[in-house]
Design a protein around this ligand. Structure first.
Ligand SMILES: Cc1ncc(COP(=O)(O)O)c(C=O)c1O
Length: 394
């Protein structure tokens, strides 16, 4: 009998080998100081001991399949938007297992295989993987570093046919930049004119740092074009392991019913949100607020320390950080960013992200997480600055 190997789809890459930096990290073992740590549960934050108590609610013993997520959970998420001055009916909220899953659902809702999605660059590196898994192509649009990372509206207006949605990350990861109200208005008009949906990723909106125009506004208020606003517990209260995210649907009244019904059709195939976490959402969102405040003050303290330490390092500049959990450093491009990150691992046992991971516009960018405990963070920064100084001097 003939034999043949099974076929794999192109949704997963042929080459799954780690890149040079990941290989160096595997070879060298865990660094002494990890300035790439983005898992809040590993950052010595004060989680209240009773934070997970509501997961034991006995009502969780009954399975009540509900594609949009249980009403209690959706109502609690809707109440969150009152903080941004927006009244949303729970009908306009859909629970998901994470923001990443929400992206997947929206790609399935809006795009056929081969259709396109406009995404900001530099930005969150997972877009490539998520789009590939849904057989969607990405069309990057630039955020201009010399103009406070504003979106290039000219490039967007010239976007090719076949685009189905425009993604904004507000504030963006890792540049921390918010979409200013004026630009938000123009983007919504453009979406309306071109028949694109708007996907606004606001996972870091509760974390203003330097702030900036738009930092107090949510896209969930958009009425001009069909808009999907994303958030989730992984960032809002630092609990990625609970697997609860959400999509808030807004826009022209006549477009909402079909969008919600079709989104429900997608979610109904998976029913991925656990009953205990959906029931616990009201309690978690309330009881998790001290964690949110602790993360916010950690990020602010680390950013201030970073600026203070960098002020005596002429070769390094800390870029403005509107909001979020990271900071971008401008360093001399003596070697490429990956080379520099490997050098920092080898010579100083500090891990940082090279800018290329986020598709920064050229060499000379490092990204650090602002989450690590203050003393680790400061020591890591000292080592980075000393290593860069030695490279420049030497
Ligand atoms: C901008 C942005 N969106 C979404 C996510 C994913 O969030 P979740 O854990 O809810 O999938 C991240 C994670 O780092 C992120 O940085």
């Amino acid at each position: 009998m003939r034999s043949a190997m099974a076929h794999f789809s192109r949704r997963t890459p042929d080459d799954q080998r780690p890149n040079r930096l990941a290989a160096a990290r595997a070879r060298l073992g865990e660094p002494e100081l990890d300035l790439t740590e983005s898992n809040p549960t590993r950052c010595r934050l004060p989680y209240p001991e009773d934070l997970l108590d509501a997961l034991a609610d006995p009502r969780g013993l009954a399975y009540q399949p509900e594609p949009k997520g249980l009403l209690e959970g959706r109502a609690a998420v809707a109440r969150q938007y009152l903080g941004w001055g927006i009244e949303l009916e729970p009908e306009r909220i859909m629970l998901t297992a994470s923001t990443s899953e929400a992206y997947g659902f929206l790609m399935r809702l809006l795009a056929d295989p081969g259709d396109r999605l406009l995404v900001p660059t530099p930005s969150y590196p997972l877009f490539d993987q998520l789009a590939r898994l849904e057989a969607v192509s990405l069309v990057p649009y630039a955020l201009d570093v010399d103009d406070g990372w504003r979106p290039d509206l000219g490039a967007l207006a010239a976007a090719p046919e076949g685009c189905r949605a425009l993604v904004v990350v507000h504030p963006n990861n890792p540049t921390g930049s918010f979409i200013a109200p004026e630009d938000a208005g123009r983007l919504a008009e453009l979406c309306r004119a071109r028949g694109w949906a708007l996907i606004a990723d606001e996972v870091f909106l509760p974390y203003p740092l330097d702030g900036g125009p738009g930092c107090d506004r949510s896209f969930a208020a958009t009425s001009v074009c069909l808009t999907f606003t994303l958030g989730g517990l992984s960032k809002s209260i630092g609990l990625p392991q609970l697997k609860l995210g959400w999509i808030a649907v807004s826009g022209p009244t006549e477009e909402l019913p079909a969008a919600i019904a079709r989104l429900e059709y997608v979610a109904d195939a998976y029913l991925s949100v656990g009953t205990p976490v959906a029931l616990a959402a009201p309690y978690l969102l309330e009881r998790g607020l001290p964690v949110q405040r602790a993360i916010a003050s950690r990020c602010r303290a680390n950013l201030a320390r970073l600026r203070e330490l960098a002020s005596t390092a002429p070769a390094v500049t800390v870029l403005p950080a509107g909001g979020g959990w990271s900071a971008v450093l401008r360093v001399p491009s003596l070697v490429d960013d990956e080379e520099l990150a490997i050098h920092l691992l080898e010579a100083a046992s500090v891990a940082v992200h090279p800018g290329y991971l986020f598709e920064m516009p050229g060499e000379g960018y490092l990204v650090v997480s602002l989450l690590p405990p203050e003393e680790f963070f400061a020591e890591g920064v000292r080592r980075v600055l000393a290593a860069v100084d030695a490279l420049v001097g030497g």
